[in-house]
Ligand binder design. Sequence first.
Ligand code: 7RM
Length: 652
Amino acid sequence: MSNDNLSATISALLEEKRHFDPPKDFQDKALVNDQSLYDLAAKDRLAFWEKMAEGLDWFQKWDKTLEWNPPFAKWFTGGKLNASYNCLDRHIKNGLRNKAAIIWEGEPGEQRTLTYWDMYREVNKFANCLKKLGVKKGDRVTFYMPMIPELAIGVLACARIGAPHSVVFGGFSPDALKDRIHDADSKVLITADGGYRRGNLLPLKHDADIALRECPGVETVIIVKRGDFPLHVKEGRDHWYHRLMQQAEPYCEPEPMDSEDLLYLLYTSGTTGKPKGIMHTTGGYMTGVLATTKYVFDMKPEDVFWCTADIGWVTGHSYIVYGPMANGATQIMYEGAPDWPDRDRFWEIVEKYGVSLFYTAPTAIRAFMKWGDQWPQKHDLSTLRLLGSVGEPINPEAWMWYHQVIGGGRCPIVDTWWQTETGAIMITPLPGVTSTTPGSATTPFPGVSADIFDEQGESVPVGGGYLVLKEPWPSMLRGIWGDPERFKEQYWNKYENIYFAGDGAKRDEDGYFWVLGRVDDVINVSGHRISTMEVESALVDHPSVAESAVIGINHELKGQAVAAFVTIKDGYEMGGALEKTLKDHVTQKIGPIAKPEKIIFSADLPKTRSGKIMRRLLRDIAEGRALGDTTTLADASVVQRLQRRYEEEVGA
Ligand code: 7RM
């Protein structure tokens, strides 16, 4: 199909507001193709989660399923288990010893396949290295690594000995690393000489050294040798991973952890400048990721799973390390960028390894759309049988493109809503059961009590409000490291004993959830709530628009007005004519109330390294304020260019 034809099809489908039922042959073979899980959970939520927890290997069974002293939950108390045992040992014993666990591809093109046995052996050895260096149960170990198998090995080695890990995304600055090391009070840092990104070298050890100048508490640094990157080795403190491993003993007894022992910390940004160390514990978290990986992705032994996230984010923790490995999956791990050396790198990987389950983010999908259909069309994508989306609302146009061009119209799409704090997927279709609608994450996973509340805490049957979770769930955060007050204040203060997710959402007549984005992304124009996402979605629906970010700006009469930052596709001309066209287009799609007051054309939008558009910075630009914290930006120069453009365009 040509681009134009496809766009026409997509528009037509959008107007139909179609539902996509699970394809018949998919449904016939799906792990779940009826209401049984929903029924079980509706009848007895705790019995449902007990059943899910039984999918793990426990050294000692729990006494109590849930102890709930709001806002503090304990799950499966009295139970003992080990996360690394569940990801490795039990598979070795159950016939998966020679199954590929991780098929890794480096950005320059190297390939490594590690079987479950390989992973088991490496994790055991590395756990012994850590022990020998004095790491004990409860000690926090920080990672600053590229996407290489040693990151997964290191994390699982920590889990084996009961040392909570804190993975800091390798794209963060030395400053961000330093703050996180301090907050977690880590004495050990595991890093690499470097990693590859778009053909460039990320000098990780060099950057780590900058952070370490101000981290006197770090006594031990372990360096994985990824390439031939120049670096400084500090005698006494720094150790090469491969040297340590040469002398390591092959077996390390897995530490029997209490269900509520800390498994990891993961830092995420909140409304203040200081990142929050989200705490996840062992039994409940493992239960959540085991169950959701299996049922949301319909994961079967023969599948090849690929989650394109970095392990530095929660998506990589739950759906690269713990969920897939606890399920004994074969998965792809890729080090680099999707457009290196060319814009078909992902599709080349899908074809080469026969990926069947593919999980990525809307920001990536929109980039692929912008690059054009010719890239995926160069490859045989017929092994794909399910597609997933996570990280932000997916606009219906991107959903349709994903469905048609990547999924060939035959793959169910699971749009999964969850957060670092929730640990595991919360709102999602079950691919063999749920009829999907582009743009909606559909309904809560069994055992999850999501709802939409108004300001007063009344449930909104149809319409918009705040997304909440009314009952505790096993993989929920247990707190913010070192800051119980902030934990209460952030999540439990808006409604009594109810988790406030910080997202706005609406429920449609079918009871489907539409997550609209963070509540600070909702604009109030003349008393009407407009989601930035709705306007963005309308803009991206126009053939000229590649990507857009919408913010609210102060307006004398309306309170707030809509301003849209827009990047356009090749072949279109920015300027007054297109501006008018786009304003009319939004008016036509949503109504005059959503019509942007201003459209600012720009070559790029400011994004975090995980691809989230930083609307806060756009608001700063639009309101002529000094820029707030820019340290989490992927490319800091984008905002300077934008500031200049904004001044040119609107004479601010
Ligand atoms: C997994 C992850 C969490 C925030 C969350 C939302 C947004 C994530 C979706 C989504 C709409 C989705 N963790 N979000 N998934 N919004 N539809 N399917 O991204 O902690 O980094 O971010 O991301 O705003 O609150 S996160």
